[in-house]
Design a protein around this ligand. Structure first.
Ligand SMILES: Nc1nc2c(ncn2[C@@H]2O[C@H](COP(=O)(O)OP(=O)(O)OP(=O)(O)O)[C@@H](O)[C@H]2O)c(=O)[nH]1
Ligand SMILES: [Mg+2]
Length: 445
C-alpha cells in the first residue's frame, strides 16, 4: 500500500473496519474501550469503523514492535478472525515499529499521527490550512520512505535495499519531498506575512481568542455570540483555520472573537509546528477564553493539555477566563466540583441552552474594566461624526448632551483613548458641566 493513499483522505471510500490498540500503565483499572475512547472518536471522524479494542498493560512500548511479541500475535489473530482491514495505534510509531506490526498483522497499520493527519486533510478548507496539513504530511513521510520502498522491493522479490533500485528511488523521492517542503514553507510564510499586515491594520478593537481542547464547543460559542455561521459539529478538529468575527456587546461596543484549531493530547509534532502560525495569530489576543467540555470524563486532563500547549506557545501568561461548557450535559457533579476546585473562577455555561451567557458577558466586561482606562471626554458638535465610532470601540458609561457637545464618560484602551483625543474629542473640564449639574454627568446605566 502506498502511504499517500492513507494521507490523502479527501477521497470518499467505503469505511474500513479497524482494530484499535494501545498501551496503558500497569494496574490501570479502565477497560480497553475506555482507554481508547479518544482514539475511537478520532477513528470515527476519519471514517473508520471500530471493530475492536486491545490494550496491553506495560510501562513502555517495546522499541521494536510496540506490543510484546505474544500480544502482537494475539492482535494478528483478532485481525484475522474479525477480517479487519487495518489496525490503528493510540501512539505515534517509529517507522520500524510500524513495519514490524504490519509484518505480523498483514494489514496496514496506521498510527495516531497519521490518523490525525488524515482528519486534518479532510477538514482543511482555506489555502493556509491545506498547506499546513501538506507540510506536516510531507515531514511525516520523510523518515518513512525507506519503509515504503522496503515493501516494494519485497513485493518485487528484490534482495534488499543496499545499492538496489529502491535505494536510488529513495534519494529521488527524498529530493522531491525536500523541494516541495521548501516551496510549501515559502508559500506559508508569504501568507503569514500577509496576515501580520492584516492584523496590524485592524482597528484597535479588543480581541478575544477562543482556545481549548477539540470538540469543547469553541465554534458553537463563536456562532452563538456573533452569528458567524462557522461549522460546528460533533467531530474532532472541525475548525482548522483561524476566523475572526465581531461580537457586538449590549450598548453597541464591538470586540473581536477569534476561533482557533482545537488542541489534542499527543498531537503529532509535525502538526504542532505547522499550526504554530495559525495559533500565533490568535495568541496576539488581549484575552483568552479557555473552553472546556465539562461533560467529558477527561475534562481535567484536557484542561492540563491545553495549559501545556499554551505554555509551549509562550502564551501561558496571557490573561484568561476558563469557561466550563456543556453544563447541560454534566452527569457527574463530583467531577464538576473537582474542576471548580482547580479553576475557582471558571464560568459555567451551556452554549446549547444559553445558560450562563449573561454571567460570561459580565465576566468579560469586568475584565475589560480592570485593564482599560476611564476618561470623561467632551465631543464637540463639530466632531459629532466620532460618536458612532466611540460607541463601537469603547464602553460608554454615561453620556450627557450640553450646548458644547456630548459629555461622555468612557472606558477604553489607552490606544483608543489616544486616538479619540487626537481626532476631535477633548478631556472634559469642570466648566464643561452645566451650572445646575455640579456633581457630574447623569449616569444612564
Ligand atoms: N450538549 C451540548 N452540546 C454542545 C454545547 N456546546 C457545543 N456542543 C456540541 O459539541 C460539538 C462540538 O462543538 P464545536 O463548536 O464544533 O467544538 P469546537 O471546540 O469548535 O471543536 P473543534 O473545531 O473540533 O476544535 C457540537 O456537536 C456542538 O453542537 C453545549 O453547551 N451543550
Ligand atoms: Mg471548531
Amino acid at each position: 500500500m502506498k502511504s499517500d493513499d492513507r494521507i490523502d483522505a479527501g477521497n470518499k471510500r467505503a469505511p474500513t473496519e479497524a482494530i484499535l490498540f494501545g498501551i496503558a500503565p500497569t494496574g490501570d483499572p479502565r477497560t480497553a474501550a475506555e482507554v481508547l475512547h479518544e482514539l475511537q472518536q478520532l477513528a470515527d471522524t476519519a471514517e473508520f469503523l471500530t471493530a475492536g479494542c486491545m490494550v496491553q498493560h506495560r510501562r513502555h512500548a517495546d522499541p521494536n514492535s510496540y506490543f510484546g511479541s505474544g500480544k502482537l500475535e494475539e492482535l494478528a489473530e483478532v485481525v484475522r478472525l474479525a477480517h479487519s482491514g487495518a489496525v490503528i495505534c493510540d501512539d505515534s510509531l517509529t517507522p520500524n515499529q510500524a513495519k514490524t506490526i504490519e509484518a505480523a498483522v498483514k494489514v496496514p497499520c496506521i498510527d495516531r499521527s497519521e490518523l490525525i493527519l488524515q482528519i486534518f486533510g479532510m477538514h482543511a478548507r482555506t489555502p493556509q490550512a491545506r498547506l499546513q496539513v501538506e507540510l506536516a504530511a510531507l515531514q511525516y513521510e520523510m523518515p518513512r520512505l525507506r519503509r515504503r520502498w522496503t515493501h516494494l522491493e519485497r513485493q518485487r522479490g528484490g534482495i534488499g535495499l543496499r545499492g538496489g533500485a529502491g535505494e536510488k528511488q529513495i534519494d529521488v523521492d527524498r529530493n522531491l519531498l525536500r523541494t516541495r517542503i521548501a516551496a510549501v514553507n515559502r508559500e506559508l510564510s508569504r501568507i503569514a506575512q500577509h496576515k501580520v499586515r492584516e492584523v496590524a491594520a485592524r482597528p484597535e478593537l479588543f480581541t478575544i481568542a477562543l482556545v481549548g481542547y477539540t470538540n469543547a464547543g469553541k465554534s458553537s460559542l463563536m456562532n452563538r455570540l456573533t452569528e458567524a455561521g462557522v461549522l460546528a459539529e460533533n467531530r474532532l478538529f472541525s475548525t482548522l483555520d483561524t476566523r475572526t468575527r465581531p461580537w457586538r456587546l449590549p450598548g453597541g461596543r464591538t470586540i473581536l472573537l477569534t476561533d482557533t484549531v482545537g488542541f489534542l493530547r499527543k498531537l503529532p509534532h509535525q502538526l504542532v509546528a505547522s499550526f504554530h502560525a495559525t495559533l500565533e495569530e490568535a495568541l496576539h489576543a488581549d484575552l483568552l477564553l479557555v473552553l472546556v467540555d465539562a461533560s467529558s470524563p477527561e475534562a481535567a486532563e484536557q484542561l492540563r493539555t491545553v495549559d501545556e500547549v499554551l505554555e509551549q506557545l509562550s502564551a501561558g501568561a496571557l490573561p484568561r477566563i476558563t469557561v466550563l461548557n456543556k453544563i447541560d450535559m454534566v452527569a457527574d457533579r463530583a467531577a464538576l466540583a473537582e474542576l471548580w476546585r482547580v479553576e475557582p473562577h471558571a464560568v459555567p455555561i451551556s452554549v446549547k441552552t444559553g445558560e450562563g451567557e449573561p454571567e460570561l458577558l459580565a465576566t468579560v466586561q469586568s475584565h475589560l474594566a480592570t485593564v482599560e482606562n476611564r476618561l470623561s471626554i467632551l465631543l464637540p458638535h463639530t466632531a459629532g461624526a466620532l460618536h458612532n465610532e466611540i460607541r463601537a470601540r469603547a464602553t460608554v458609561l454615561s453620556e450627557f448632551f450640553t450646548t458644547e457637545g456630548c459629555l461622555m464618560e468612557i472606558q477604553a484602551s489607552p490606544a483608543v483613548l489616544g486616538r479619540l483625543l487626537a481626532t476631535g474629542a477633548r478631556i472634559a473640564q469642570p466648566d464643561d458641566l452645566p451650572a445646575d449639574e455640579p456633581e457630574g454627568p447623569d449616569r444612564d446605566g
